[in-house]
Design a protein around this ligand. Structure first.
Ligand code: NAP
Length: 312
């Protein structure tokens, strides 16, 4: 630990906190883990609290909080931390609705706090170079295929099936966060089909159509029922070549040649904490709701289809 490391408290010791946030904070030269807030779990060597309010009252020197809880319970926690003048990092998606994220953004501004709505897939190795390569090209068709096995990636998680949990858009929004990052101009949703298991409140599959300027057309296929090899690919046809991001953005091919940046950070979450350190230093928030807006549009426009019941 050094005097320059900013203590950050993690709220919610679930899968993503344990798999990614704790190791990235430990690896970061800018942060150290100052406290954890968990309803059930604790961590050796770190002050543990069962409520955020308790931590905020007893740890005035922890200026930053990382919220790793499900989206449905994030707003109240973020509001509480920002109201007490703490800087807040939000896991994706930044909230369960657009209006609550906008309210948090306004609160951060009026209280002079930093709010960072993270999109971890934007820190995948292939994404920055893909963005750079597409900047001056005419883009035609974009095909997104995001198919994974929900039983493998979300074992026993109930919140993903409850209202606000987004269902297949929980991973699908990662693809949308890459799309909105790499395209030089916005696209608009034109149609969607959503498959809801008859016993669940969120979709297990979705097919989306979007359009942009000129010939730009985006098709997306999200499915949580894929067993065997998993697919997280984005293909972009342009006037001067074909770009393919695979492995959720980790690999970049242009005209079938691997051009992944070998120097790029291995861990998306190391990138997130690097950016958070920059934002804190600059006193600047970063809140881009465009991926969440596309999900909201899909849920507004989408034709609802009933699928077979899903049981864990
Ligand atoms: P998770 O394993 O279910 O963990 C969420 C944690 O939040 C729980 O362990 C719990 O921690 C806390 N929590 C507080 N209120 C809760 C409530 N009402 N219901 C359930 N948990 C509650 O979920 P996760 O996979 O870590 O996902 C959390 C967020 O990270 C989601 O927004 C997700 O989209 C995002 N994310 C997940 C992944 C992934 O691979 N899993 C990847 C990237 C981003 P305590 O028991 O400690 O209070």
């Amino acid at each position: 630990m050094t005097a320059t490391e900013t203590p950050v408290a993690i709220v919610g010791l679930g899968k993503i906190a344990v798999d990614q946030h704790v190791p990235s904070i430990a690896a970061s030269p800018a942060f150290r883990l100052g406290a954890v807030i968990s309803r059930h779990a604790s961590m050796k060597g770190v002050p543990c609290y069962s409520s955020l309010g308790d931590m905020l009252a007893k740890e005035p020197d922890i200026p930053a909080v990382a919220l790793c809880v499900p989206p449905q319970v994030r707003f109240d926690l973020a509001h509480e931390a920002l109201s007490k003048g703490r800087n807040v990092l939000l896991e994706k998606p930044p909230g369960a609705s657009l209006s609550e994220v906008e309210a948090l953004s306004d609160l951060a501004k009026s209280n002079g706090c930093v709010l960072f709505a993270t999109w971890h897939s934007r820190f995948a190795k292939g994404v920055p170079r893909a963005k750079e390569w597409l900047a001056n090209r005419e883009i035609g068709k974009v095909m997104i295929t995001w198919r994974e096995d929900v039983r493998h990636w979300h074992p026993g998680q109930q919140w993903i099936w409850q209202p606000g949990g987004l269902g297949v858009f929980d991973p699908g929004i990662n693809a949308l966060s890459i799309l909105t990052e790499i395209l030089p101009a916005p696209v608009q949703m034109t149609a969607a089909e959503l498959e809801f298991p008859e016993n669940r409140d969120t979709p297990i599959a979705a097919r989306l159509s979007m359009r942009g300027s000129g010939k730009l057309a985006v098709e997306a296929d999200f499915d949580w029922r894929q067993t065997g090899p998993q697919t997280w690919n984005i293909e972009v046809e342009t006037d001067r070549g074909l770009l393919r991001l695979t492995g959720g953005g980790a690999h970049l091919e242009i005209d079938s040649r691997d051009v992944t940046d070998a120097e790029a950070l291995q861990s998306e979450y190391d990138g997130i904490y690097g950016r958070f350190a920059d934002l804190l230093r600059e006193g600047r928030s970063e809140v881009d709701v465009s991926p969440l807006r596309h999900v909201a549009d899909a849920l507004m426009l989408g034709k609802r289809l009933v699928a077979a019941p899903f049981n864990d």
